[in-house]
Design a protein around this ligand. Structure first.
Ligand SMILES: O=P(O)(O)OC[C@H]1O[C@H](OP(=O)(O)OP(=O)(O)O)[C@H](O)[C@@H]1O
Ligand SMILES: O=c1cc[nH]c(=O)[nH]1
Ligand SMILES: [Mg+2]
Length: 217
């Protein structure tokens, strides 16, 4: 797997990441969603630099301008719920992209810290031959991304795959390295320290889905 870390060099990205982590700023849920969307926009721009381009000719009022556009169709797929925030940011820049949605949640059969990932809902266009951008803000154990990835690949063969996450635990990165193919690109805005006993990222930001959309029952 090719891993790209976005916050190795200082940039305005630090400000957005700090705000989504800050317990005081997090209370402003609109700002929380907007900041993850802004990280998605930065990720879209960085990913776009690595894609294949093809020549196009644009007619201006005064002449012709030769330039290059992204060659293969892009599909943005996100993991419900928290992925929706990042999805919007990616889509703001890849404005012709189609969209796909897959659900994933941690099911605790014994009401303790043990869980399995349930993926039920899937509404995804044909990905074969296209560039897939798979979005989820949090990479903790990596089990959600692994499950969704395998579900998508059972019926699709994208030509290129980019996974976009905002905050990643080292455990989750290692898990994806072990379970996903070598040609997958993983884009990480910030790498954190470790997972706690509930498999939450430390220092992380808490529960991204709840912060964006309210606590679920
Ligand atoms: O790497 P993992 O250990 O699988 O954890 C990461 C998952 O947890 C969060 O979703 P959550 O299950 O909280 O669902 P939600 O988005 O509906 O809140 C997050 O958005 C990931 O999908
Ligand atoms: O730290 C974590 C782990 C899983 N899901 C989240 O939203 N946050
Ligand atoms: Mg959640």
């Amino acid at each position: 797997m090719h891993i790209h870390y976005l916050s190795q060099n200082n940039s305005i990205l630090n400000h957005f990441l700090a705000q989504i982590r800050d317990v005081k700023v997090q209370k402003d849920t609109m700002r929380f969603r907007k900041n993850i969307e802004r990280v998605g926009e930065i990720m879209a721009y960085e990913i776009s630099k690595t894609l294949e381009y093809a020549p196009v000719s644009i007619t201006t009022p005064l002449g012709k301008k030769e330039t290059e556009f992204v060659k293969k169709p892009v599909v943005v797929c996100s993991i419900l719920r928290a992925g929706l925030t990042l999805h919007n940011g990616l889509l703001n820049f890849f404005d012709d992209a189609d969209s796909g949605f897959v659900s994933a949640y941690r099911y605790h059969p014994n009401n303790d810290d043990e869980f399995v990932i349930q993926t039920q809902y899937q509404a995804v266009p044909n990905l074969t031959g296209k560039t897939l951008l798979l979005a989820d803000p949090m990479l903790a154990t990596g089990l959600s991304l692994e499950a969704v990835f395998k579900k998508l690949m059972a019926t699709n063969k994208p030509e290129e795959i980019h996974i976009a996450v905002v905050i990643a635990a080292p455990e989750g990165i290692a898990h994806l390295q072990e379970t996903l193919p070598d040609n997958v690109h993983l884009w990480v805005a910030d790498k954190d320290e470790y997972l706690n006993s509930h498999k939450y990222i430390v220092p992380g930001l808490g529960d991204a889905g709840d912060l964006a959309y309210g606590e679920r029952l």
